[in-house]
Design a binder for this molecule. Structure first.
Ligand SMILES: Cc1cc2nc3c(=O)[nH]c(=O)nc-3n(C[C@H](O)[C@H](O)[C@H](O)COP(=O)(O)OP(=O)(O)OC[C@H]3O[C@@H](n4cnc5c(N)ncnc54)[C@H](O)[C@@H]3O)c2cc1C
Length: 426
């Protein structure tokens, strides 16, 4: 049996950021970080498209993303630790109707000082080879595709390398003395009465119960605070002790398309959007995205669908070829004809850990902190989520985000949630 002050379950970006901030704020705390995989970042963190944007309407959403991105930027620029961050921009392609509906939201963002550029259809056609007029095309009509009126290019946005962010936090926590324990599955959490009486069936309903650590496949680890940062698998540890994370796993897939034609080369290296001479991260209608991967001379393509696919977790999720062929590709080539005939050279699948409002879920119970529900934006918000989880673990009411902004530590709780609606929904 091992004893620590703080046990973190999950060495994804959330568990790593949390361990980092707990240790920074409490250097004398003994901390163990445990994961079933042989190393850090082997869960959904390693399967991420790793795009980021500080461009949200909800102030909480914005604070989480903007401060995390600023922190990562400081790592890359001041600490000279390359996270592969490229501020290539995030391009939302909007129909006339969608643009009309979003205009007040965009104006409000402008008023708050958020930089973006409105790009007209002509420029999009010229720079990206985008087909903005799809109406009248039989296939496009069938899919309900709309003509593109404008592109909104968010500037404080881009792509990064999640494995480098993992390496950063992992290196730092080890330097600070956090113990990392790999190849070790947590089987269950230990729940005990705060004052055990040695009675059968403890904790009894009238006793105050608390989480006292975890049973792993290699023995017990007891802790004053156990932090569950097990991503999409968090419910599997929390449901059995009656704690509801209010988030569910949904499969998401990424397909790699090589830039192996002159048309795709032109698209990948589209000029005029950023100083890198690379196309921005593009969000097409119907939730299809195209992320440039210039170092691989390729694109990563994926989609976020809503109704019809299960909330379900599986140990080794596989990409589905028909999902690409019938779901993603027809939209892709309708708007970007350069992709005509493009077949995936590689693909992978992982899970979004989807909460009710698409925001992370961070809360505490006696002896327990939960940091999950990152809903497909956990890379871009990990540092702030880690700071909030660390504040809860250390019994603080406020978390200090990078740059000094204070935020209530219970703001992302399931019962104490106080988050504005995200109105920038494309
Ligand atoms: C296809 C895809 C694209 C994405 N694109 C983006 C994007 O563009 N931008 C963005 O910001 N985010 C994106 N995300 C989301 C982002 O990757 C996640 O939000 C983030 O990685 C979640 O981190 P995590 O630490 O919560 O989970 P994980 O990285 O999954 O880490 C959880 C860890 O817990 C461990 N674990 C679980 N259960 C146990 C147990 N019982 N015992 C021991 N260990 C356990 C797992 O092994 C795992 O290592 C994407 C995700 C996917 C799948």
């Amino acid at each position: 049996m091992t004893r620590v002050d703080v046990l973190v379950v999950g060495a994804g970006v959330i568990g790593l950021a949390t361990a980092f901030h707990v240790k920074q704020q409490c250097p004398s705390c003994s901390i163990a970080l445990v994961d079933k995989h042989p190393g850090p970042g082997h869960g959904d963190t390693g399967r991420s498209a790793a795009a980021f944007r500080a461009f949200f309407y909800s102030r909480t959403n914005m604070a989480l993303a903007a401060t995390s991105i600023a922190f990562y930027r400081s790592i890359q620029e001041r600490e000279n630790f390359d996270l592969g961050m490229k501020f290539i921009g995030y391009l939302f392609l909007l129909s006339e109707e969608k643009y009309g509906a979003l205009e007040p939201v965009l104006q409000e963002l402008r008023r708050r000082g958020l930089g973006y550029r409105v790009i007209d259809a002509g420029e999009l056609e010229e720079r990206l080879g985008l087909r903005t007029r799809v109406r009248g095309d039989e296939e496009a009509e069938l899919m309900g595709l709309e003509d593109i009126e404008v592109g909104i290019l968010a500037e404080n946005a881009g792509i990064m390398r999640p494995e480098r962010l993992v390496e950063y936090y992992h290196t730092r926590i080890r330097e600070m003395g956090v113990e990392t324990i790999y190849n070790t599955r947590v089987e269950r959490l230990i729940v005990e009465p705060e004052e055990p009486l040695g009675l059968a069936y403890e904790p009894l309903p009238w006793q105050r119960a608390r989480v006292a650590g975890a049973v792993t496949q290699h023995g017990e680890i007891r802790a004053d605070v156990t932090i569950i940062a097990a991503g999409a698998e968090s419910p599997m540890l929390l449901d059995p002790i009656g704690v509801d994370v209010h988030a569910k796993p949904k499969k998401r897939q990424v397909f790699v398309l090589r830039a192996n034609t002159p048309g795709l080369q032109r698209l990948l290296h589209a000029e005029g959007f950023n100083p890198y001479g690379v196309m921005p991260f593009i969000l097409l209608p119907k939730g299809v995205y195209v992320r440039p991967a210039p170092e691989e001379n390729a694109f990563w393509v994926g989609a976020s669908d809503h109704l019809g696919r299960p909330f379900a977790w599986e140990p080794d999720p596989q990409p589905e070829e028909p999902y690409y062929t019938y779901g993603v590709y027809p939209i892709l080539r309708s708007y970007l004809p350069a992709f005509n005939g493009a077949r995936p050279a590689a693909a992978w699948a992982g899970f979004y850990d989807i909460s009710i409002d698409g925001q992370p879920v961070v809360f505490s119970e006696p002896g327990l902190v939960v940091a999950a529900g990152t809903s497909g934006s956990g890379i871009m918000k990990a540092d702030a989520v880690g700071r909030i989880a660390a504040a809860l673990a250390l019994g603080k009411k406020k978390a200090v985000l990078y740059g000094g902004e204070e935020i209530d530590a219970d703001i992302l709780g399931t019962k104490s949630r106080r988050i504005e609606d995200e109105k920038l929904v494309i």
